[in-house]
Design a protein around this ligand. Structure first.
Ligand SMILES: Cc1ncc(COP(=O)(O)O)c(C=O)c1O
Length: 387
């Protein structure tokens, strides 16, 4: 019998991997499922990006290993993007590393910064990889509650000083998945002060910074004066540019942190396919005006869903950013039960809040990454579910 490592035996399965299996079974039974569960943009990137990838792939010299840290052009393009978008200056050689999607970097960050047994402060609810990556590294995830009455910002002063002292990373993520909450720069200032007080690295995960509505502009945590001393920011082309399947992202910020992550990564992977990086350079440095139109489509979907939820008496805040609506489950049903009823009776797949941690109980997450007509159809079917 083969032996599986304890760290894998004890690891819960990645929630969406299990869901995909269940959905395949339902599909095989002939059920039409509308997937509002996963945050994968349904729209493609602009044609010029796809063409750039194709052109680059036609160059016979672009099929070897493309280098470990990201091509110099890719890292420069990230620096240009950060300068234009946030007014943050980055040294492309020391403060930028390319990632095979930010999820890869988030998981590898645990190997880079967490020793076995060490505490990591993770938001609850939060993107599962902060916790699962920590567990893979043998670390100890310490949930930091994100509560509705605090607008889903952590109460930093409520974190027990002993937990903060023993921790190595504070994970933050605004615009937030799953709650759709946003953080004012003033909160990031307090987070930087907190990180200094306890010698923490802030890992700020910012993949939704360009998925925003109603005139809201999301900041980078690196805009806070002095943040560069204590911050590694993760970002991604997945949501910003509709490129989730391309697997390309970046970690930027503190040079020593970038170096440690790069050292980990370069022992594990061998970089990103050159044509993907070449196309990414164009999209990062090109005209960003199309994002307004794309965000207008998401906004319309958001409003369709919110109007239907309101009609049904389901409570949800109106998010000004992210791909998600975080809705309350009706009284008497758990998140899992409500999601199961919607799947079985309406063929609508939403994510139970508990996928994101214990404090996700009482909520479901609805994604905007689905064709608008299918969203309308999903809400029509949803309204027929009698509780
Ligand atoms: C908060 C958050 N971080 C990171 C990711 C991973 O994005 P990617 O690996 O595609 O860059 C996601 C994807 O849903 C996310 O929601």
């Amino acid at each position: 019998m083969i032996k599986i490592a304890d760290r894998v035996k004890n690891l819960p399965p990645y929630p969406f991997a299990g869901l995909e299996r269940r959905l395949r079974e339902l599909k095989a039974l002939g059920k039409d499922i509308i997937r509002l569960d996963i945050g994968s943009p349904d729209l493609p990137p602009p044609d010029y990006v796809i063409e750039a990838m194709y052109r680059s792939a036609q160059d016979s010299s672009h099929h070897g290993y493309a280098g470990y840290y990201g091509t110099p052009e890719f890292r420069r393009a990230v620096a240009v993007y950060y300068e234009r978008r946030f007014g943050v200056n980055l040294d492309p050689d020391k403060q930028v590393v390319a990632l095979i999607g930010s999820k890869e970097g988030i998981a590898n960050a645990a190997l880079a910064f967490v020793d076995p047994g060490q505490a990591v402060l993770v938001p609850d609810p939060g993107y599962p990889t902060y916790t699962l990556g920590t567990l893979l590294a043998g670390g100890n995830p310490v949930p930091v509650p994100l509560l509705e009455h605090d607008r889903f910002l952590p109460d930093l002063e409520a974190i027990p000083p002993d937990a903060a002292r023993s921790a190595t990373i504070l994970w933050l993520n605004y615009p937030n998945n799953p709650s759709g909450a946003v953080a004012p720069l003033e909160f990031f200032e307090r987070a930087v002060a907190f990180a200094r007080r306890y010698d923490l690295l802030i890992c700020h995960d910012n993949p939704y910074c360009d998925v925003t509505f109603d005139g809201y502009r999301a900041p980078s945590l690196l805009q806070v004066p002095g943040a560069m001393d204590v911050t590694l920011e993760f970002n991604s082309l997945s949501k910003t540019y509709n490129m989730a399947g391309w697997r390309v992202g970046m970690a930027v910020g503190n040079a020593a942190a970038v170096d440690a992550l790069a050292k980990t990564k370069t022992n594990i992977d061998s970089g990103i396919f050159r044509p993907i990086q070449d196309a990414s350079v164009l999209v990062l440095t090109g005209d960003q005006a199309w994002l307004d139109e794309r965000n207008g489509i998401y906004r319309k979907r958001r409003d369709i869903i919110l109007a239907a939820l309101r009609e049904m008496g389901v409570q949800a805040d109106k998010p000004v950013a992210s791909l998600y609506i975080w809705a309350r489950t009706p009284a008497g049903l758990s998140s899992g039960q409500y999601a199961a009823r919607l799947l079985d009776e309406a063929g609508v797949s939403v994510t139970p809040g508990t996928v994101f941690g214990d404090r996700g109980e009482g909520y479901i997450r609805i994604s905007l990454g689905m064709d608008t007509d299918r969203i309308r159809e999903a809400m029509r079917r949803w309204k027929k579910v009698v509780l």
